[in-house]
Design a binder for this molecule. Structure first.
Ligand code: KG4
Ligand code: ZN
Length: 337
C-alpha cells in the first residue's frame, strides 16, 4: 500500500561520507553523517579502498544514529532508499548491500537512488510547498548543469559543462594554491580575505547557450602562478582565490537566471557541494530577488553529500511506484534520467 507520508530511511555512501537520514513525507526527522574526509585529506583526494573500509566501519552506526535521533523504530519504516550510483563502486556497494539486507529482513520496498537526482531533490526538504516547474542550478564535484524540472520525475538539461565541473575546478585551483582537499571551502575562506582584482577569462559569458567551460579558467590560474613565480613578482593568493571565485560562480548565476526567464519559471532551486559556497548563495539570492524569482536554497549541509537528499528523492520514486529489485547493482556512472 502506497502511503501519503511514508517514513523513509535514506542511505548514502557514494564517496567519503557515510550518511543516513529519516524523513516522514517531506519532513526531515534526522540527518546523520560520519565522514572519512579528515583521513582522506592526508592523501590529497579520496582513496577508494580507504573510503570502502571507512563505510564498512561506519554504516551500522550511521543508520542507528539516524533512527534514534528521529525517534523511529526500524519496524516503523515504509521504505529504504539508497544511492546505487554514480560514485566509487566499492563505496556504493557498502551502502547498497546494507540497505538490501535491511529491506529484505523487514520486508520493505528498496528504492535505488541516482545520487545526482538526490542533489536535485534536496530543495524539496527546504520548502514543503515547492512544486515543479522550476530551474535548478546543479554544481557538484562531478556535475555542473542548469536543469529544467517539468514534473517531479521529468527533467530537461538546458546545458552543462563541456569539460571540468565547477567543484573540480575549485579542487584543482586549491591544489595549485597549496590548499587541502576538498578545495572548495578552503578557496572560499582564502577568497574572503582578498579582492576581485585580477582579470580572469570570460568563460562562456553571453555565448554557448547554457553550457559552461572551466578548462580555460583553470589553465589561466596555473599560468598566472607560474609566471608570477618565474618573474619573482609578489602576488596575492587571496586576490587570486577571490578573482577565480567570482569568475567561476558569476557565470553559474547568470545562466541559471537566464534559464528561469527562458522557461518562464517563477522558482529557482540549487543543489550540489558548490552551492554551499557563501559568495554563490549571496549572488544567487540577489540575482533572483532582482528578477522577482522565488529561490529555494537547501541548507549548506544538504548541498554537500548527505542522506536526507537521498530520502527526498526516494520519496519521489516511492510516490511514482518505482521500486528496485534486490538484485539491483551499484554503478560507477549513470545518466541523470
Ligand atoms: O556534491 P558534493 O559534496 O559531491 C559530489 O557529488 O561531487 O560536491 C563536492 C564538491 C567538491 O569539489 C568541493 O570542493 C565542492 O563541492 N565544494 C565547494 C564548497 N564546498 C564544497 N566549492 C566551493 N565552495 C564551497 N564552499
Ligand atoms: Zn554529491
Amino acid at each position: 500500500m502506497i502511503k501519503n507520508n511514508p517514513v523513509i530511511l535514506g542511505i548514502e555512501s557514494s564517496c567519503d561520507e557515510t550518511a543516513a537520514a529519516v524523513i516522514r513525507g517531506r519532513t526531515l526527522l534526522s540527518d546523520e553523517i560520519i565522514s572519512s574526509a579528515a583521513v582522506q585529506a592526508k592523501y590529497g583526494g579520496v582513496v577508494p579502498e580507504i573510503a570502502s573500509r571507512a563505510h564498512t566501519d561506519a554504516i551500522g552506526n550511521a543508520v542507528k544514529r539516524a533512527l534514534d535521533s528521529a525517534g523511529v523504530r526500524k519496524e516503523e519504516l515504509d521504505a529504504v532508499a539508497v544511492t546505487y550510483g554514480a560514485g566509487l563502486l566499492g563505496a556504493l556497494l557498502v551502502g547498497l548491500t546494507y540497505a538490501k539486507g535491511l529491506a529484505y529482513s523487514l520486508d520493505l520496498p528498496l528504492i535505488g537512488v541516482n545520487h545526482i537526482r538526490g542533489h536535485l531533490a534536496a530543495a524539496y526538504l527546504e520548502d514543503e510547498t515547492l512544486r515543479p516547474p522550476f530551474i535548478t542550478l546543479l554544481a557538484s564535484g562531478g556535475h555542473t548543469a542548469v536543469i529544467y524540472t517539468k514534473t517531479e520525475t521529468q527533467f530537461e538539461i538546458l546545458g552543462g559543462t563541456l569539460d571540468d565541473a565547477a567543484g573540480e575546478a575549485f579542487d584543482k585551483v586549491a591544489r595549485i594554491l597549496g590548499l587541502p582537499y576538498p578545495g572548495g571551502p578552503h578557496v572560499e575562506a582564502l577568497a574572503s580575505a582578498g579582492s576581485n582584482a585580477i582579470a580572469m577569462p570570460k568563460m562562456l559569458k553571453g555565448q554557448g547557450g547554457f553550457d559552461f567551460s572551466y578548462s580555460g579558467l583553470k589553465t589561466y590560474v596555473i599560468n598566472y602562478v607560474h609566471t608570477m613565480s618565474q618573474k619573482g613578482c609578489t602576488w596575492s593568493k587571496a586576490d587570486l582565490a577571490c578573482s577565480f571565485q567570482h569568475a567561476a560562480l558569476d557565470i553559474l548565476v547568470e545562466k541559471t537566471v537566464e534559464g528561469a526567464l527562458v522557461k518562464h519559471c517563477k522558482t529557482v532551486t540549487a543543489g550540489g557541494g558548490v552551492i554551499a559556497n557563501g559568495y554563490l548563495r549571496a549572488a544567487l539570492t540577489s540575482a533572483c530577488r532582482e528578477k522577482g524569482l522565488n529561490l529555494v536554497l537547501p541548507a549548506r549541509s544538504r548541498c554537500t553529500d548527505n542522506a536526507a537528499m537521498i530520502a527526498a528523492e526516494g520519496l519521489i520514486q516511492y510516490r511514482a511506484g518505482n521500486f528496485s529489485p534486490l538484485t539491483l547493482n551499484a554503478a560507477a556512472s549513470i545518466p541523470l534520467r
